[in-house]
Ligand binder design. Structure first.
Ligand code: URA
Length: 163
């Protein structure tokens, strides 16, 4: 299924698509990017058992390429319904594929990260924040300081919402 965590979670994280390790295990973020994601979560006292993790596209695109617009469009009803079922109080979009798929193609992540957005998915409205994808942070470690700002915002919101 490529989703993981407690379906009663108040926090939902959404990535791009499974990679090779995820494909083998049938779980999201279990490879190198997942190890960094776990560390990011631990930095704000969260672990993956307390959050719900999914992806925009639920299969591994050939050669690990970015999902095509057509693939994203095909999966959009599934992730939207998924959000409606989980009803998270906070959604964290990891990277530009998740941001463009769910917020809009016109946005760029450098301008959109680190801001709270109120957004409706189907018939469910919630708070969304965008941050860098852990795989991007592994390639661009200098951006980790920006991700840390986003993580602290998530921690603050989580405390405010008492979750
Ligand atoms: N990258 C993603 O976007 N999702 C995964 O599940 C693993 C790596």
């Amino acid at each position: 299924m490529f989703s993981d965590g407690n379906p009663k979670s108040e926090i939902m994280l959404i990535g791009e698509a499974p990679g090779a390790n995820e494909d083998q295990e049938g779980l999201p973020f279990v490879g190198r990017a997942g190890i960094l994601l776990d560390k990011m979560l631990a930095a704000i006292n969260l672990d993956r058992k307390k959050v719900y993790i999914s992806n925009i596209v639920n299969y591994r695109p050939p050669e690990n390429r970015r999902p095509s617009d057509q693939e994203i469009k095909r999966y959009l009803p599934f992730i939207t319904r998924h959000i409606e079922i989980i009803k998270p109080k906070i959604i964290v979009l990891l990277g530009s594929t998740a941001m463009n798929a769910l917020i809009g193609d016109e946005f760029v992540i450098s301008k959109m990260r680190g801001k709270w957005i109120e957004k409706k998915f189907g018939n469910f409205k919630t708070s969304v924040i965008i941050t860098f994808h852990p795989a991007f942070l592994m390639r661009q470690p200098a951006q980790k300081k920006m991700a840390w700002i986003d993580l602290k915002m998530i921690r603050e919101k989580k405390n405010k919402l008492n979750i």
